[in-house]
Structure formats: C-alpha cells, structure tokens
Unconditional design. Sequence first.
Length: 256
Amino acid sequence: MALLSLKNLDIAFGGLKALSNVSMDADEGRIVSIIGPNGAGKTTIFNCITGIYRPTGGTILFKGEEMVGKKPHVSARMGIARTFQNIELFSHLSTMDNLLLGRHIHMKAGIFGGALRLGKRFPVAREECRHREQVERIIEFLELEAARDVPVAALPYGTRKLVELGRALAMEPTLLLLDEPTAGMNQEEKRDMMFWIRDIRDDFQVTVVMVEHDMNLVMDLSDEIMAMNFGVKLVQGPPEQVRTHPEVLEAYLGQE
C-alpha cells in the first residue's frame, strides 16, 4: 500500500474545475515531484491533502486512513508537514523560536509553557530541554548555527527558506510536502537544497512530495514525477518516461 494515495480527486471553485479526476500514489521512502504550468492545480493538491480545501469528489488515503474532512491540525498530528510557496514564518522571532513552533504538536505543556524556564527539576522545563535538543539537531543538519538567535526578518531569503524547511522537519513528519522549495534561490542554494532533500529522505526516513518548477532539479532528484495541466493528470512515472511524454512536452516544455 502506498503511504499516500489520491484517487479520482475533484474540486471546483465556482465554475472553475481546479482538479479533475486526479489520482496519484507516493510510496514510502520515495521523492515524488508534481510538475505543470502555473494554474495546473499543483498547490491545490497540497491544500486538499492537508485539509485546507475539501475536495468535492475522490479519496485521499494516508497510511490507509481517509483524510478528506480532516482539519489541518489533525493531518499535522498524523505526520504530514509542509512548506509554502510564500515563506510563512514569524519574522520577528529567531530561527530557534520558529523551529520550536514546529514542535508544538509534540508539546504537552504548550508552546508558552516551556518558555517559563522554571528549572530542570520541573517537568515543563525538562520537556522544553528535550524539544530544544531536537531543534538543535535540525539546526546542525541544515547548517543554521549562525542564524540560531537571529530574527528571521534579518536573514537572507535563501536562509529563510531553510528555516521554513527546518520548522517542517521539527514536526517529525512521515510525509513532507514541499511547495516550490527552491523558488527565488540562486544556483548554489538550489544545489544545496537538492542534497538536503535527498538527505531528509535518507537520514530522517521521510517520504517527500514536491512541487517544483526547476526541471533540472526535478529530473535529478525525483524517483517519480506526476505531470499536470489545467487540473488534469497527464502522466506519472520515472523521470525518463515523463521527460519524453508528448503531452508533457507540449503543455509544460512548450514543444509540439
């Protein structure tokens, strides 16, 4: 059974059909990319998976459990984390504090309870120490040591993208949804991001589903690719198959 399985997914906004009969599988331990022109429905799929949108038809199975109708906080607790096209961070907080917010679903004392720092003899403070240890591991993994105590607003754009990735990792997900993780990055930053995504899959044992426009990165990184156009699935398969598919060449690469 696939870790994530979409079957005949439909959703419309007014008279606009955003997704039409879309099916996709993501097996455990794989990196699956979704490609297509702007408006193809890629981010809509993520919003349906995480409960931001409720599809009008079809099913979404995660670990064999139906996700349609579940709220975003429920999907997060079940092990689904995501990043966004536009960075969604608390700009006045430091990197450390933003990553700690990613731990909130695991905090028995709540986000602010641990901040009381009542001393290590108190359970609340001991719990905070455990969460900080987890966040330190992610900071070291993403090489964010220099940004640990810096407000996010003062960080370069590429570093902020890493902080958002780190916050998603702090949730300890089983499935990580990356929405254009390299958008706005230079070539060196994109190359580093590619290695980190692969290491996240291998070292953290996380399945990755990614929306990305950089075709070189997609082809190099993906185990499978699903191509879409106007809310319709064109093909899903290994990169070699998708790269030469005639409908993909026409719709996405602009070739007839």
